[in-house]
Design a protein around this ligand. Sequence first.
Ligand SMILES: Nc1ncnc2c1ncn2[C@@H]1O[C@H](COP(=O)(O)OP(=O)(O)O)[C@@H](O)[C@H]1O
Ligand SMILES: CC(C)(COP(=O)(O)O)[C@@H](O)C(=O)NCCC(=O)O
Ligand SMILES: [K+]
Length: 254
Amino acid sequence: MTFLALDVGNTRLKWALYDRPSPQAQLLAHGAEFLENIDRLSEGAWADLPTPERMLGCVVAGDAIKRRVQEQMELWDFTPQWVVPSAQEAGVTNGYDHPSRLGSDRWVAMIGARQRMLAQGPVRPLVVVMVGTAVTVEAIDAEGRFLGGLILPGHGIMLRALESGTAGLHVPTGEVRPFPTNTSDALTSGGTYAIAGACERMVQHLREHTGQDPMCVMTGGAGWKMAPSMSLQFDLVDNLIFDGLLAMAQHRFG
Ligand SMILES: Nc1ncnc2c1ncn2[C@@H]1O[C@H](COP(=O)(O)OP(=O)(O)O)[C@@H](O)[C@H]1O
Ligand SMILES: CC(C)(COP(=O)(O)O)[C@@H](O)C(=O)NCCC(=O)O
Ligand SMILES: [K+]
């Protein structure tokens, strides 16, 4: 039973086709499109795919984008299913004041990270960082309780905010430096260390709260930009969201 996993963020749609809805599935094909290009998926990357029989996705890009994605999927027979965060799923408990108001991408990534940790070895608290359009930094205790998380602007939004809110900042990308001595390096380093600092703070909070050393994972399209600047050990993982969707799909379709 072929399975299509979709992750629609505020910048890009990521998709992956598997031979079945299970964490043990084989990846058959995958891709990513910037949102401005998604209306051509059915005649482009999706035209010659083996037909997906089931689909599960998360979308945080709004209803208009969601409708456009659903139009592209009309070439197939399944009814699209989109994750809505609940109070508990796949071993993770949702500590948000209103569980369904949590971003579905955050929920799915946490479930993916927890599964990954359980597969690897001893149970520990988890810090899950996603570096996309925005940056999210989640804390989960060893029992699988999502305690809460941070939302920060991503690199692009930080730079655009500085450019539009000041007279003297124009933003060619610079290098990450401990002591930046030009505007470009100062901006790039400021953004990178703002994100790194938030991650380190969350690790500290979680360590204090649980008395254990958390495992730290990082994912998202811009994760590779952050990884070299982290002072703590963070595992850079390709796509936690697909891991999470496979785990959830096994329950729904398995
Ligand atoms: N090929 C690329 N071209 C431009 N930006 C990229 C590319 N790959 C990753 N990025 C970076 O990743 C971010 C988007 O990551 P992604 O995880 O797709 O975000 P979202 O889930 O919010 O759509 C962009 O803001 C950019 O900083
Ligand atoms: C925080 C987010 C904007 C992240 O979006 P992304 O960077 O993945 O495009 C998204 O998860 C979202 O809209 N969340 C809803 C609010 C919340 O999680 O509290
Ligand atoms: K995302």
